[in-house]
Design a protein around this ligand. Structure first.
Ligand SMILES: Cc1ncc(COP(=O)(O)O)c(C=O)c1O
Length: 426
């Protein structure tokens, strides 16, 4: 029964476009009315009708500790009681900045903003300001938020807009300097650098893309990008809004042992509150105002409640064995599913990195957005609804990543594995 949820959604549609404040959560591609969440605790989200769901969306990866983790709640409440916003520098933003600088070797300085979109937008402006060049390179199917320059051949919900995955309202002139390549294609990358290398300000990518579903970089692909950017004097920007502190304390750059010039963070560093950041080499970061001429600002940037929550989360992640335990949980969920897929030769594939993964129906491997042409959205929609009926909430779009949190219990993981296998086979 979702009576109250349905009423709320219908009223929302009267005052909010599509009834939602971000398109994918509308659940249109899976053919249900959206979940209306009222509360969350640990690995469960509770809707407006008091139905409980095991949650693998986790606020799109932000909630690595699950919902309402006691330490995060305590840190946030303490800060709210002391004042929730000042528009003035605070001790807690310095503490979170120092923490991230100490954990991620490529980050010498960091500037906090309020969303991943702002972080990537600022990184692009900074790269252009620093280099004096205009062209940027991105990869089709990677999503870097909804700023104009990056909203072309984008992933996530934007992927379905039109063949170019470009929003109306983005002037052609604004994206004329955004060059797009297929992910994992070293040859095309080399060709582009051979022809335009000296004009390229930066290459931006999700080092492990999660917005066309979870896609792994081919073994030498990231190294090749690093080499080409270095040779051409272009900056390398890792968008680690999802992977940062998700796949390890040093993110994807730690896993693949690559030092980008700039890194964007979001999601986890805000502990479930709006916070994101761009960080990197001091020499580049110092081009930002007030030291330099690249302008960036924000009323709520470095919001102390978000900073306190983010700091509490990072302190938990630093505890010995955290990522190991999270990997064990993910294995507990995925190993039986992977076994069943092999045994029954199911026409699907599971791609995973650390505690995030995607199940693609109708394809055996996805290396780039172009490989998604064979993925079957109707099968995913049926699968989503079957899980939803069993009290399991997963991202309502095939081309998204699922997230396991530290709060997922063994019982819930086993229950999910069984439900997934059952729903895949049917
Ligand atoms: C890799 C990546 N970059 C940037 C963004 C944009 O972040 P936000 O939604 O906070 O603006 C997202 C959002 O999902 C993302 O996944």
């Amino acid at each position: 029964m979702r009576t109250r949820s349905s009423e709320i959604f219908k009223r929302s549609c009267m005052s909010i476009p599509g009834g939602v404040n971000s398109p994918v959560r509308a659940c249109r591609s899976v053919g249900i009315e959206p979940m209306i969440a009222e509360s969350g605790r640990d690995d469960m989200v509770i809707d407006a009708d008091n139905n409980a769901y095991i949650d693998y969306c986790g606020s799109w990866g932000a909630l690595i500790l699950g919902h309402a983790h006691p330490r995060v709640v305590e840190a946030a409440v303490r800060q709210v009681e002391m004042g929730s916003s000042f528009g003035i520098a605070t001790p807690v933003e310095e503490a979170l900045a120092a923490k991230i600088v100490s954990l991620v070797p490529s980050i010498e300085k960091i500037r906090f903003v309020s969303s991943g979109t702002e972080a990537t937008m600022t990184a692009i402006r900074l790269a252009r300001g620093f280099s004096g060049r205009t062209k940027i390179v991105k990869f089709s199917g990677c999503y870097h938020g909804h700023s104009d320059a990056l909203l072309t051949q984008a992933g996530s919900g934007a992927a379905f807009l039109n063949p170019q995955a470009t929003s109306l309202g983005v002037p052609a002139a604004v994206i004329a300097d955004t060059l797009t390549l297929p992910f994992n294609d070293e040859e095309k990358l080399a060709e582009l650098f051979a022809s335009h290398g000296s004009e390229i300000a930066a290459v931006i990518l999700e080092p492990i893309p999660a917005n066309m579903g979870l896609v792994l970089p081919e073994p030498q692909f990231l190294q090749r990008i690093r080499k080409e950017t270095e040779r051409a004097g272009a900056l390398l920007i890792f968008d680690e809004v999802i992977t940062g502190f998700r796949v390890g304390l040093q993110g994807a750059q730690g896993l693949y042992n690559i030092r980008p010039d700039l890194t964007c963070f979001g999601k986890i560093i805000g502990g479930g509150f709006p916070a994101a950041a761009v960080g990197g080499k001091g020499e580049i970061m110092d081009c930002l105002a007030p030291l330099g001429q690249v302008y960036q600002a924000g009323t709520l940037s470095g919001n102390p409640v978000a900073m306190a929550a983010g700091l509490a989360v990072l302190e938990e992640l630093e505890k010995p064995g955290f990522y190991h335990a999270l990997q064990d949980k993910t294995d507990r969920l995925l190993l039986p599913i992977e076994e069943a897929v092999l045994e029954k030769n199911l026409d699907l594939c599971i791609q995973r990195a650390g505690s995030m993964f995607t199940i693609f129906f109708g394809v055996r491997q996805v290396l780039c957005r172009e490989d998604l042409a064979g993925a079957d959205p109707m099968r995913f929609a049926r699968f989503f609804r079957a899980l939803f009926d069993k009290g399991i909430y997963v991202p309502p779009l095939q081309q998204e990543a699922w997230f396991v949190s530290a709060a997922h219990t063994g019982g819930h993981l086993d229950f999910t594995a069984e439900a997934v296998i059952d729903s895949c086979i049917r």
